[in-house]
Design a protein around this ligand. Structure first.
Ligand SMILES: *Cc1c(COP(=O)(O)O)cnc(C)c1O
Length: 486
């Protein structure tokens, strides 16, 4: 047996590369990633390749290892090259992603040390770090003040993204308002048709799809009409229904619109509704003065979703849910016996495992903490302010080119379209978008607003500056000219 164990040990030790092997692999990875970063201003935002990375499948997972050069080639050719390049400052479609470098180093350290971030007693520092970030965000969003003597009882969780945060919020609202299965068919949820689809998905996953869903009418700027919301609630109550949840958007994905957060908050409170705000796109603009004004009322919500992998420019894999009453988040997500419930506030730190569906999880805190510590909040704020101004700039310049625009951008999304002298405007804009995407230097996306095919300018990449916006304007001008019959 000892002989067999030793034989196996020899092979299993391959899982621990030697210092020399580590150095070699690291060198190659660093050379590759540095090359990528040094060229980032020159690389396209979108690459059309006919094979769509299919060659990856020609190298199946097997007993046979390949070397790091081959592995990097496979990644480069099949993963990093084809399709959308979210690391590019030319990414101006959907909601752009980020990828600040110090997050990568945070992830590197988190992976090497593999600290356990689920339970306080297992990973004191890792859990403290996550909770410290949650409390910082709670202060940023006005959920708690740093000066309050009593320790804030706001809870939250660093999730993989906004969708999971929204799901956790819907589940918490359901449990908090005691929506038992018998109550579901008469319980009512309110939101507008501009809500992100992850909300509707969350409602279904949470077992609430048989609730009554009210699409609250919007004004001409796609903002929830608070008066209409109040009327609907009043009527539903009169009809013996059970209104329990209203969901507002702080920056819709389509148009970057902010619902009237303060008014909705008052209505929710008056009618005893759970108030959730989806601020996955717009939330972190609160770091700027303009954003703070526009997001007034966000602090009235019971729960809130934000997305550091959007508004704080992190690489993908980080959303956040905040719940003002910590106990509510915990009641929906704890796993210990109920008699331990009171230990929550006696233990020094809440454990993420008690506040989310996850037990073992990625130590996400480090990828947010490291960049915030190494750079401070100031450049984040400046970058967000720059994005707000770039959107205003684009909104004004695109009109000079003759495009039709909707209202002044509320945050950093601008919707616009070209009205051709002859022919169908929808078809024209569809073609125009495809031409821009095929060019690839800038990536844009579109939406349908009142059945009108509309182009979107969504500015949130930390690498988007005046240069990229001017390039898009130039490309649009050229393509319109090219597509217009002379
Ligand atoms: C992106 C987004 C989501 C979904 O978040 P993910 O991080 O992609 O899961 C939800 N709501 C809004 C408003 C968004 O912009």
């Amino acid at each position: 047996m000892i002989k067999k164990i030793k034989e196996l040990e020899k092979i299993s030790r391959l899982l621990e590369p030697t210092a020399h092997e580590r150095k070699e692999a690291r060198k190659k990875v660093i050379t590759y990633s540095e090359g990528f970063l040094n060229d980032i201003e020159k690389t396209k935002a979108y690459n059309v390749t006919p094979d769509k990375g299919i060659a990856l499948l020609e190298s199946p997972i097997s007993e046979k290892p390949i070397n790091i050069d081959k592995a990097i080639k496979l990644i480069q050719k099949n993963v990093d090259f084809p399709g959308l390049n979210p690391a590019s400052g030319g990414y101006l479609g959907y909601i752009p992603g980020g990828g600040i470098y110090y997050s990568a180093l945070g992830d590197y350290l988190a992976a090497v040390f593999n600290r356990y971030a689920g339970v306080f007693y297992a990973g004191f520092g890792a859990v403290r770090m996550e909770n410290m970030l949650i409390q910082w965000m709670a202060e940023v969003f006005g959920y708690s003040s740093p000066s309050s003597l009593k320790r804030a009882k706001v809870a939250g969780n660093l999730t993989s993204g906004g969708s999971i945060a929204n799901l956790m919020a819907v589940v918490t609202a359901r449990d908090s308002k005691k929506i038992s299965s018998a109550l579901i068919p008469k319980s009512v949820i309110y939101f507008t048709k501009q809500v992100h689809h992850s909300i509707e998905k969350a409602i279904r996953i949470a077992g609430l799809k048989e609730c009554v869903i009210r699409h609250v009418p919007m004004d001409e700027r796609y903002k929830m009409n608070a008066g209409e919301l109040e009327k609907l609630i009043y009527k539903d109550k009169k009809d013996g229904l059970n209104p329990f949840l209203v969901i507002a958007s702080a920056g819709t994905t389509d148009t970057g619109t902010i619902d009237p957060l303060e008014e909705i908050g008052k209505i929710a409170k008056k009618n005893n509704l759970w108030y959730h705000i989806d601020a996955a796109y717009g939330g972190f603009f609160i770091l700027t003065d303009e954003g703070k004004q526009k997001l007034k009322g966000i602090e009235l919500s019971d729960s809130l979703t934000a997305d550091p992998h959007k508004g704080l420019f992190l690489p993908y894999g980080m959303g956040v849910i905040l719940v003002k009453d910590a106990q509510k988040l915990r009641e929906s997500h704890y796993y210990q016996a109920q008699y331990l419930q009171d230990a929550l506030f006696e233990s020094e730190e809440m454990s993420p495992a008690d506040l989310s569906p996850e037990l073992t999880k990625h130590f996400r805190g480090l990828r947010l903490w490291l960049p915030l510590k190494l750079m401070g909040v100031k450049p984040f704020r400046a970058c967000l302010e720059e994005k707000l101004l770039l959107a205003k700039y684009f909104h004004s310049e695109i009109q000079k080119l003759g495009f039709e625009v909707s209202h002044e951008p509320e945050l950093s999304v601008v919707t616009y379209r070209w009205i051709p002298k002859k022919g169908d405007a929808n078809a024209f804009n569809n073609k125009l978008m495809k031409e821009v995407v095929a060019d690839g230097r800038i990536f844009i996306s579109s939406t349908l607003l009142d059945k009108k095919f509309t182009l979107r300018f969504a500015c949130l990449s930390f690498r988007t500056h005046l240069k990229q916006v001017d390039l898009l304007l130039k490309i649009l001008k050229e393509k319109v000219k090219m597509l217009s019959p002379s």
